[in-house]
Write a protein that binds this ligand. Sequence first.
Ligand code: NAP
Length: 268
Amino acid sequence: MNNNIYKTVYFFAPHGEETREVHDELSDIFSRHGIEEVAASDDADIIASIGGDGEFLQSVRKNNFRDDCVYLGIAVDDANYFYVDFHYRDIKTLEEAIDQDNLDVRNYPLLEVSINDNKPSYCLNEFTLRSSIVKTIKMDVYINDFLFEQFNGDGILVATPTGSTGYNKSLGGSVIDPLIHAMQVTELASVNNNTHRTLGTSFLLNKERPLTLLIDKNLDYYPIMSLDNEAISVRNTEKVEVSISDKLIKTLKLKDNTFWHKAQRNFL
Ligand code: NAP
């Protein structure tokens, strides 16, 4: 970490008193390296989440996916994580990495999701759309302006590469290297028979191929949508456009801790 670049840090610590000790110790460590804690996240060069991947996702979301700072995840329990590179117990590793300038900045692609032509929202893991009633949802699936398929089933998930190891993987989607800036479309229980037909496998789209979902207006679906770990409900959702954003999220990682090291630790 280059102290000439990073001067300020904001701690995203949603568990308050529970992690107060960790928070204070981290604040001292950063201060010893000329990086001062600030009370407003807008003033921070580094936004450090204390917790797991869920807290990391929230730290990015609550800061409106700011792309002019770097995010850093610090774990306090014993689980393996994808976004979180450092463990509080092993805080010396972070301190040594700061001293030896042994940190990399990695860029993660984001999804841009626009509902009914409204202002776009962003996702770091995935976007999902599903029926909220005990009925299937029908929608036309367009790639660019091309009607690719007509979906009938529980719903559709669109994942970023870093989100590919989350919900997407549980649905049988592939794990995608975050160096590949693509989005993965995965079905949630599609009906496939002589009347309804969809591809039936996940597929990847690149930046030049936005996805548009046109929901059947004749049926009252009240779809439920999720942006990472937040649920949203938009009345009369008719059209959803999903694409890879121009924005990238920057995170700090150890040089020898790639996405695939984490995949191995988590899954093998
Ligand atoms: P949660 O419901 O408390 O946790 C879901 C689990 O997914 C946690 O173990 C979480 O890890 C893990 N996770 C989150 N992002 C991941 C990623 N990119 N790769 C691998 N694992 C990941 O919710 P949360 O912690 O706020 O995380 C929200 C995410 O949960 C969603 O974005 C979605 O990807 C995932 N999810 C998965 C399923 C499923 O697999 N059936 C269903 C709903 C949501 P941590 O323990 O590190 O927080």
